[in-house]
Design a protein around this ligand. Sequence first.
Ligand SMILES: Nc1ncnc2c1ncn2[C@@H]1O[C@H](COP(=O)(O)OP(=O)(O)O)[C@@H](O)[C@H]1O
Ligand SMILES: [Mg+2]
Length: 150
Amino acid sequence: MKKGTITSVDRFTTVSAEETEQIGKRIGRRLKAGDIVALEGPLGSGKTTLVKGIAKGLGVKNEEAVASPTYVLIREYEARQPIYHMDWYRLSKVEGPDRLLTEECFNSRGITVVEWAERGKNLFPKTCIWIVLKYEGLANRAIEIVGLEI
Ligand SMILES: Nc1ncnc2c1ncn2[C@@H]1O[C@H](COP(=O)(O)OP(=O)(O)O)[C@@H](O)[C@H]1O
Ligand SMILES: [Mg+2]
């Protein structure tokens, strides 16, 4: 028998930003208090677009406010649960106060979504939802959702 953890992977391909947002919405509807979503993928792969959908799925009060927190590290949105939207693009490592802030979000009842999650992979619990976005041409993106490991 195969050893190790069993991981489920769902794979989608989208042909527009709207489609990526729709997938985000479907994810957002199913998220629960304390859930953590990690987003891995290069610039322009659609991470922020996906977060817009996730926030809508969570019933965000101010849709317009959902934007990349690249320069501020974190944005907070009011929704069914508070959403903590982080972006680690400008960090080479997640340490010091950035790490403490991250742990505070992860341990909260809010929902934390992190762009450039690969910068601090070791901080994520095994129960997080890990999503990999791949650029596959001008408007094509592959989105892989790695589910709970058991
Ligand atoms: N299938 C697609 N999914 C997501 N974004 C797409 C897609 N096709 C084109 N785009 C465009 O790619 C860009 C993605 O930007 P963004 O979501 O900010 O990416 P990231 O946060 O990963 O840097 C947007 O300009 C969007 O309109
Ligand atoms: Mg972004």
